[in-house]
Design a binder for this molecule. Structure first.
Ligand SMILES: [Zn+2]
Ligand SMILES: [Zn+2]
Length: 319
């Protein structure tokens, strides 16, 4: 996949507004898809973004505050109504399993497709999913309850063949496999062509980090230094930082400082308090510290191409 793409299904903190819903995002990276948080109304948002439910295989829940998971049970039961067969992997705080079990028991709702629960480790950065092309880690944040961030990182890709040189040297097809595996090549006269010349650097791997909800955590750079795209909550403006501290959230300024420390390429801000109807001051505040800051605007899909020259966005929701 030549892009990393992120659909913003919800960007509000605790209370929904007419144009802002609680947290939920849909990430596509390395041809795999992840639903990150699942606030109330996520199903409707998925429909509005035309994201088919069959693409949902991994659901990651950051913590057990309602604005991050009240949409989960309706979604899981809808999948049953749609006669889902394929497994769904659910990653979240340990207690989520009991919440689900109790709810399903009390309402006599049945889930017949395989639902695999993966409890998160609250002590350290932990690998929670791995495929041929991708690794996903969780890591602890600092909030009023156990809360987790997620880091998605493509694995390094194999080097590409330098086709121009290979053709020029007229290298036999039988030799190509060896070069792909890192071998040098000797021509008839015994001249050696090192593998670094015969192959080209692979495209740089994409990465994405999701941090909501949290106080600013200064050591996050240890987890994802140089991340391409960082989503960090910015519930408050700096003038309300006392409130941010009291409720274990961050301000736009603090989010920008984290992006700076982590050497992020782009910063997306979200989880906005309902007290701010106009979000421009939040983005402006962040941009005074970290220029490449953007609002995680609902109804939009953000994407980065391999050249990473700009963070692009397009309206995706039909409402
Ligand atoms: Zn929240
Ligand atoms: Zn919270």
């Amino acid at each position: 996949m030549e892009q990393i793409s992120l659909s913003i299904l919800g960007s509000s903190s605790a209370i929904p507004l007419s144009n802002r819903s609680p947290s939920a995002q849909f990430l596509s990276i390395a041809d795999e898809h992840f639903l990150i948080d699942c606030g109330e109304g996520t199903q409707v948002k998925l429909r509005q973004h035309r994201i088919g439910f069959s693409r949902i295989k991994h659901i990651l829940i950051s913590h057990l505050h309602g604005d991050h998971f009240y949409g989960l049970i309706p979604l899981l039961t809808s999948l049953q109504l749609l006669e889902r067969q394929q497994a769904v992997h659910l990653y979240g705080p340990q207690e989520l399993e009991e919440v689900l079990r109790t709810f399903l028991k009390m309402t006599q709702a049945k889930i017949q497709y395989p639902l695999k629960f993966h409890p998160l480790n609250k002590n350290s950065k932990t690998l929670i999913y791995e495929s041929e092309q991708l690794e996903v880690h969780s890591f602890p944040l600092r909030h009023s309850v156990d809360c987790f961030g997620f880091y998605f990182q493509e694995k390094a890709r194999p080097r590409k063949m330098n086709k121009e040189l290979l053709e020029k040297l007229d290298i036999p097809v039988a030799e190509i496999r060896g070069i792909k595996n890192g071998k040098d090549w000797l021509d008839k006269r015994g001249k050696r062509y090192p593998n670094e010349e015969l192959t080209l650097d692979p495209p740089a791997a994409f990465s994405y980090a999701y941090c909501s909800d949290t106080l600013p955590v200064k050591h996050l750079h240890r987890y994802f230094k140089g991340v391409d795209l960082l989503y960090h909550e910015a519930t408050f403006l700096n003038k309300d930082r006392e409130r941010a501290l009291a409720t274990t959230h961050s301000t736009a300024e603090q989010a920008a400082e984290i992006a700076e420390i982590c050497d992020a390429r782009y910063l997306l801000l979200g989880h906005f308090s309902a007290r701010y109807r106009n979000l421009d001051p939040i983005i402006e505040e962040a941009r005074t510290i970290f220029k490449r800051s953007y609002e995680a605007r609902e109804g939009y899909r953000f994407y980065l191409n391999r050249d990473r020259e700009s963070l692009q966005m397009e309206k995706e929701s039909k409402y």
